[in-house]
Design a binder for this molecule. Structure first.
Ligand code: FAD
Length: 433
């Protein structure tokens, strides 16, 4: 291995976590040439959530360099020049196909070899594809997924080429909901299809979902629930013309967008590091059982101190924070210092149309709805608290201000007794005001 391919620190993956890790390395003190980031993507780390939101807008669309990390958290925007100035090697358009953790060597698809002293695994996830399940016609040319910027570019090209027509969105998670909204804003005729009884079932209660489903219906989006796509009918050019559903419905389609979940990319490390709950098992410093290998972001299954539980979390805030924690821990161990264990409060958000929701904490126990969840209201604002053992353990809020969102984070963290808040909620006032 040539000296130029030997690094003290190597990050595999060039997404959200990689970008925030690079910034933290610089904060902690980094010498030129010590750090490299290897990414299969052609661009420097960016804020991935933009891809299903403003990236797809017909006007004023987000484009790079606008959303390079770390703008998503109100931080400095790290342009490609920033990495150069700091002596960080950005090795782009390079896919690693082999990782040998014992000999500390990564090998790329073109046979390049890279060695490291400390490795951070930040490979994130890939979109689950309908071809994974052998759905007939799932390789149709006009079926789109959203994970990387190249996926979003293909969808944008298709939006511009087709201009109008029918879009079928498969999946009722946050990607389905955001893309459904974006396609409607692009004036397509949108139908969403998902198998569950309501959208975002892992987080939303029926009452929360009924607001969003009603709101989407008012925007002209059709929703078909409780069924799945079983086949795509393609024409002679391999273009999907119709989507067949299990319940017998046939939907005409000009564009199909699929958002049916993600799978963490950990195959390269199978058998070399411990796993838990579908991810790479780490401690509260994101170290794996190999002391020179860390795992952060979507791939890490780590201890959530607040709930005494091991979890894997696919959200951007955790990608940022886990990356910072791992770098702090690496630096601290070199200097024989100790740092506090990761203490993460689960946090999810999404935005679509003029809506914006935030959730903090754990959605376990009994949910109690508050506020105005009428989708026809001029300015709907509502939320839900989850109560477990008499304490508030999770809070969801639609339409909250920055201060209110801060307040609900505090509540989810402190877990106050529910009783006094409930009486205020019953009187119709926002308990966190
Ligand atoms: P990623 O950001 O996915 O980065 C992984 C990187 O590793 C990619 O660049 C990939 O190309 C690269 N890579 C993988 N394998 C290899 C390899 N073998 N060789 C080289 N490079 C490799 N979360 C929220 O909380 N709120 C949101 O609103 C939200 N919106 C989202 C919208 C979309 C469209 C998507 C896809 C995700 C969204 N998320 C959202 C989730 C969030 O973006 C992820 O949790 C976060 O990006 C994870 O960061 P990561 O660094 O672990 O992985």
């Amino acid at each position: 291995i040539s000296t130029e391919n030997r690094f003290k620190y190597l990050i595999i993956g060039g997404g959200v976590a990689a970008g925030y890790a690079a910034r933290e390395f610089v904060k902690q003190g980094l010498k030129p040439g010590e750090l490299a980031i290897i990414s299969k993507e052609a661009v420097a780390p960016y804020e991935r959530p933009a891809l299903s939101k403003a990236y797809l807008f017909p006007e004023g669309a987000a484009r790079l360099p606008g959303f390079y990390v770390c703008v998503g958290s109100g931080g400095e925007r790290l342009l490609p020049e920033w990495y150069m100035e700091k002596g960080i090697e950005l090795i782009l358009s390079t896919e690693i196909i082999k990782a040998d953790l014992d000999s500390k060597i990564l090998t790329s698809a073109t046979g390049m070899k890279f060695s490291f002293e400390t490795l951070i695994i930040a490979t994130g996830s890939r979109a689950v594809r309908l071809t994974d399940f052998g759905v007939h016609g799932a390789d149709g040319k006009n079926i789109f997924y959203l994970r990387e910027i190249s996926d979003a570019d293909k969808l944008v090209e298709e939006i511009r080429a087709k201009k109008t027509g029918k879009v079928v969105v498969i999946g009722g998670g946050y990607i389905g909901l955001e893309v459904g909204a974006a396609m409607r804003i692009n004036k397509f005729d949108v139908t969403m299809v998902y198998p569950e009884e309501w959208c975002m079932p892992r987080l939303f209660t029926r009452e929360i979902a009924s607001f969003y489903e009603g709101y989407y219906a008012n925007k002209g989006i059709k929703i078909i629930k409780g069924t799945v796509a079983v086949a795509f009918d393609c024409d002679a050019y391999g273009e999907v013309k119709a989507v067949k559903l299990k319940d017998g419905t046939v939907l005409e389609a000009d564009i199909v967008v699929v958002g049916v979940g993600a799978k963490p990319l950990i195959e390269l490390f199978k058998g070399q590091v411990d796993e838990a709950k579908g991810g790479i098992k780490t401690d509260g410093f994101f170290a794996t059982d190999d002391p020179d290998v860390y795992a952060v972001g979507d791939v890490a299954t780590f201890p959530v101190k607040l709930y005494s539980d091991m979890r894997r979390i696919e959200h951007v805030y955790h990608a940022r924070k886990s990356a910072e924690q791992a770098v702090k821990a690496i630096k601290a161990s070199e200097e024989e210092r100790s740092i506090p264990e990761y203490d993460y409060l689960p946090y999810v958000y999404s935005r679509a149309f003029n809506l914006s929701w935030t959730f903090y904490g754990d959605n376990v126990g009994d949910p109690v709805l508050f506020g105005d969840n009428n989708p026809a209201s001029a300015k709907p604002k509502f939320g839900t608290v989850w109560i477990k053992n008499g304490k508030i353990v999770g809070v969801f809020l639609e339409g909250g201000t920055a201060e209110e969102n801060k307040a609900i984070a505090q509540i989810a963290r402190v877990q106050p007794p529910a009783e006094k808040y409930l009486s205020r909620l019953r009187k119709g006032s926002y308990f966190f005001a």
